[in-house]
Design a protein around this ligand. Sequence first.
Ligand code: PAF
Length: 249
Amino acid sequence: VRDGAAMSLRIVRTVAELRGAVARWRRAGQSVAVVPTMGALHDGHLRLVAEGLKRADRVIATIFVNPAQFAAHEDLGRYPSDEVGDIAKLKRAGCHLVFAPPVAEIYPAGFATTVRLAGPAKAGLEDSHRPHFFDGVATIVAKLFISSGADFAMFGEKDYQQLLVVRKLAADLAIPITVIGVATEREADGLAMSSRNFSMNGPGASGWASMPIFSNRSFVSVCASTSAVSPLILRTRSGGVVPGAIRPY
Ligand code: PAF
């Protein structure tokens, strides 16, 4: 459903409001896609919205920097944030609803349930550098899937291991949602778009453009730890490991 220039983008902060909005769409017989994000949106996210609009009548974007997927030494406190800018971009992209909850809405006092993963989450790729990461992702993604009740969930192929993990999560927990993988959007020099690319600006940043040579559509994962110095490791399907670069994060 594209309402053109007159379209208003509703922002909701609670699961109850989200469910209410989706219930109204359901009563009108409309299908729903959800685009989970941590904000600081770029064209890769907007492509997910566009692909969602192709499949569903209504598209929800979620904006939530999920503390559960950051280790203590990582960049939670420095993660980029621009809610006003994100909302303007989502409005232009034709998104219908933004769910941007505060931390206490997702993890209220006494929150005690975490999704624990095996399978693709333990493939020895990003998980070997960020052991906490996929359980944190799975916990928030399960909550977003269940809270939105969406038919489709849009995820970038850039985070390929994450895509496999959330597909398995939906299948294993019988969450009735179809996870759609969407091709990676790239900068002019070939670098995959990422909210964290901001930290690659400055002297020597051009070295990062070598990443897509390795990660280009084959089953390759780029594993970057988010400590003060970030060793970039490229691991191929055959198990080979290529140290790509060492760069201050
Ligand atoms: O890919 C991301 O931005 C995050 O891991 C996600 C899926 C929004 C969960 O917080």
